[in-house]
Design a protein around this ligand. Structure first.
Ligand SMILES: Cc1cc2nc3c(=O)[nH]c(=O)nc-3n(C[C@H](O)[C@H](O)[C@H](O)COP(=O)(O)OP(=O)(O)OC[C@H]3O[C@@H](n4cnc5c(N)ncnc54)[C@H](O)[C@@H]3O)c2cc1C
Length: 608
């Protein structure tokens, strides 16, 4: 029964535990491997097919917003029961810090989260859905015993859900110090006021959502702007709380979970609801976001993997043959497949590395790795989804595949938990801290290279030097003087002008030009010299000049010999009368390309 749903390879079924990247295997226990395979079976056999049932059941009581947000598809409760019975419950709480979870590391759960990310409802079916996971971590890490009993226990049992309220649409929430919700102490209570201001909150649409974890400003005059905020628990049925509407994500309402638009009007909560301590808001928020970002990232990798599966299925659909061939015969599509494979695999390694770093050294030590994947993964996922959608044509952007909904959801990942720019900026700033140290190191290495050259009796030579300041002494008696010049470089072309000879009364033009490009053999000759390590003084690049001139002469002599062109013949015999030589130089680049430089004009002193 299982196999047909699990086949994922030309050879049949390659299990999730067999697919663990080699680099991560030493960190994964046998128990985690077994659970991973169970998760895969559960997701592929139960959750993905149930996504369709879930979507249909949501509309059982009507298509309008109120109906969709008050309907609880029974299929989800069935899946929860099954997940519990299989031991696939609360997989996320890392064993190093919490006794309440299933006892896996961040890495082990990361591998499972990837599989959960392939289905809409699998994360919730295993009680591993955001924002509950982060909220449970907050309660487990910072909550008092009473707070844990009241809120953490039912959350861990999957009986209630929760929301996290921090950002506000009326301020730039990327910088959380901007948030305004007033949190004023009055006796043994805190009064929360956000009117007319409002807050974003995922999960607040769900009628099962019973508790909000709320960040507000409890000490706005504190000189340390990171100590002005506190985080407090607000039961959703507290008077003054209003969920005004839900916000769609590119037209998707994400019912019944939803993203609430909430206001607070004189909301009174007991001081004992404070989490950690007054002024400790930033600490709580930071503690919440680290592992949560790994969860998001791994689910996104699962989504990308599913997009690639859809992509491959479409490429091999025998019913769809543009221009007589399945899409898999069109090279451009295979290139996109290859790129997707590379990008998913490298992205996965980044996330697993971040998870291992958290496990080994703690979330604080893994801040760089976490920020990297926060930026890297959503863009990768969107790119892979985009390729898959493109392969499906119109079908790719409509409701007939999960791709469009996955793309819309995936797009939010570049914004939620702080937009890309904030993380990129921070990464850039931190990386740049090494700049001065590296500059000094490079200077030291250059100085050392100088010393080493001297110790080997070598000079510093730049073989690409053009010595533009050179003076070419030239007489009217011939070109042999060129050979004695100190011109250094390669000649790209050679132009000579004999204005005196070619007077208008003789010819109907007053200037004659000829260009000959430096032959490749000259370039090779120059390279050979460099390879042999010849010193500048011994370096006879003048040969290039000589050969160029010689080439002109040969060219023109053959014309003369054939007696074909009297004008050229006269030019040739008048070469000694040259009064201007125009030399075009070029640098020979590593790839044999030429970098053309402006001409040098050398005038004969006799004619100057
Ligand atoms: C689907 C969804 C669910 C959400 N769920 C929740 C939730 O449950 N709880 C919650 O508290 N919030 C939630 N949010 C809000 C989310 O966390 C914020 O939208 C996010 O933090 C960005 O804040 P902002 O929208 O105020 O954007 P702003 O801070 O106004 O930023 C707007 C844009 O400015 C640019 N920008 C910002 N900073 C910089 C910078 N330093 N350099 C260059 N450019 C910059 C970026 O392009 C950014 O996208 C959710 C949002 C969405 C879309």
């Amino acid at each position: 029964m299982s196999l047909p749903y699990l086949i994922n390879d030309a050879k049949g079924y390659v299990s999730a535990s067999q697919r663990i990247p080699v680099i991560a295997r030493p960190f994964v226990s046998e128990r985690a491997k077994k659970t991973l395979d169970l998760v895969e079976k559960f997701v592929e056999e139960d959750c993905i097919p149930a996504d369709t049932v879930f979507a249909r059941q949501l509309n059982a009581n009507g298509h309008d917003t109120k109906s969709r947000f008050s309907t609880h598809p029974t299929v989800l409760e069935d899946l929860k029961r099954k997940a519990k019975s299989l031991g696939l419950w609360n997989l996320f709480l890392p064993k190093a810090h919490f006794k309440e979870g299933a006892g896996f590391s961040n890495l082990e759960y990361g591998l499972m989260a990837e599989l959960l990310g392939k289905s809409d409802i699998a994360p919730e079916a295993c009680n591993c859905n955001a924002p509950d996971t982060g909220n449970m971590e907050v309660l487990a890490k910072y909550g008092t015993e009473a707070q844990k009993q009241k809120w953490l226990v039912p959350l861990l049992n999957g009986v209630i859900r929760s929301a996290f309220l921090m950002t506000e649409p009326q301020v730039a929430s990327s910088d959380a110090t901007n948030i305004k919700l007033a949190m004023r102490k009055e006796g043994n209570n805190y009064i929360l006021n956000g009117q007319p201001d409002s807050r974003w909150s995922s999960g607040a649409g769900d009628e099962n959502c019973k508790i909000y974890i709320v960040m507000g400003k409890s000490d706005p005059s504190n000189p340390d702007k990171y100590k002005q905020q506190s985080v407090i628990l607000v039961p959703v049925d507290t008077p003054g709380v209003a969920v005004n509407r839900v916000l769609s994500v590119m037209g998707f309402d994400h019912a019944p979970h939803g993203h609430g638009h909430i206001t607070f009007n004189n909301v009174r909560v007991p001081a004992e609801n404070m989490i950690l301590r007054p002024g400790g808001g930033f600490e709580v928020v930071q503690g919440r976001l680290g592992p949560g970002r790994i969860h998001h990232a791994m689910r996104s990798i699962g989504a990308a993997e599913r997009a690639l599966e859809y992509f491959l299925a479409r490429l091999n659909d025998p019913a769809k043959k543009p221009f007589g061939q399945t899409l898999s015969s069109h090279g451009i599509q295979l290139e996109r497949v290859a790129r997707s494979r590379i990008e998913i695999d490298t992205a996965r390694l980044s996330v697993l590395n971040a998870a291992i770093t958290i496990d080994e050294m703690g979330a604080k030590a893994a801040m760089k790795e976490i920020a990297e994947v926060k930026v890297q993964i959503p863009s990768m996922m969107l790119e892979v989804l985009d390729r898959a959608m493109q392969a499906y044509g119109a079908t790719g952007v409509c409701q007939d595949t999960p791709l469009a909904a996955m793309w819309a959801n995936g797009r939010t990942m570049r914004i939620v938990d702080g937009p890309d720019e904030v993380h990129v900026l921070q990464l850039g700033k931190n990386e740049n801290k090494r700049g001065n140290a590296l500059r000094q190191r490079i200077d030291k290495q250059k100085a050392r290279a100088k010393e080493m050259l001297a110790s080997y009796g070598l000079n510093e030579v730049d073989f690409l030097s053009l010595d533009r300041a050179c003076i070419l002494p030239m007489s009217t008696t011939g070109l042999n003087d060129l050979l004695k010049s100190n011109v250094c470089g390669h000649i790209a072309s050679f132009t000579y002008e004999i204005t005196e000879l070619l007077k208008t009364e003789i010819l109907d033009f007053d200037c004659f030009r000829s260009n000959i490009l430096t032959p490749d053999s000259h370039v090779d000759q120059a390279k050979d010299c460099i390879m042999r390590g010849m010193k500048k003084d011994e370096f006879h690049l003048y040969m290039a000049i000589y050969k160029t001139v010689h080439g002109i002469c040969r060219e023109q002599r053959s014309i003369v010999d054939e007696g074909a062109d009297l004008i050229l013949s006269s030019v040739f015999y008048a070469l000694p009368l040259l009064h201007e030589v125009r030399l075009s130089f070029c640098e020979v680049l590593e790839d044999d390309g030429w970098l053309l430089a402006p001409d040098i004009v050398i005038k004969s002193p006799a004619h100057a």
